[in-house]
Design a protein. Structure first.
Length: 154
């Protein structure tokens, strides 16, 4: 027998479903901007911020297995945006570094993201923006805690 959910739980579930559909443009497999997926750009940006990034460090940051990290990095290498190089400290370790084309692509994607964010911000009244951002951060934190516990294990 299925238990009837209180109205507020149904509304929250509907909100989560709508939110999930709204952010599909940022899903891992969809092209986001400049022929890069959101995840690939995230990697490109991380490498740029750090100067060099160990592949093993990237596994931990992305919280995915090694094969998934390799699958995300490979197109960046093939496009000439990132280069793999052996570490000077450990010959088994691989470092990732941005190429000049990678730096250029990063700038173009940031311009694209800026336009995307401008459209979002324009839809939120100026006087409500700080409140909306603060509330979204609170909501994300609550979601991260709930997801870490597992939706059906709570």
């Amino acid at each position: 027998m299925q238990e009837k959910l209180p109205h507020s739980n149904r509304e929250m579930f509907s909100l989560l479903s709508d939110l999930s559909r709204a952010v599909r443009c940022c899903q891992q497999e969809a092209v986001f901007c400049e022929d890069l997926t959101f995840s690939q750009f995230f990697i490109l940006d991380l490498v740029a911020e750090k100067g060099q990034l160990r592949l093993s460090e990237l596994h931990k940051i992305l919280s995915v297995d090694k094969s998934t990290t390799t699958r995300l990095v490979s197109p960046l290498v093939k496009q000439g945006l990132v280069r793999r190089q052996k570490s000077n400290q450990d010959s088994r370790a691989i470092n990732l570094a941005l190429t000049k084309e990678g730096e250029s692509a990063r700038k173009r994607v940031w311009a694209c993201i800026s336009r995307f964010v401008d459209v979002i911000q324009a839809a939120i009244p100026q006087e409500k923006q700080a409140e909306v951002y603060g509330n979204v951060k609170i909501f994300l934190h609550a979601m991260q805690n709930a997801c870490a516990a597992g939706p059906c294990r709570i």
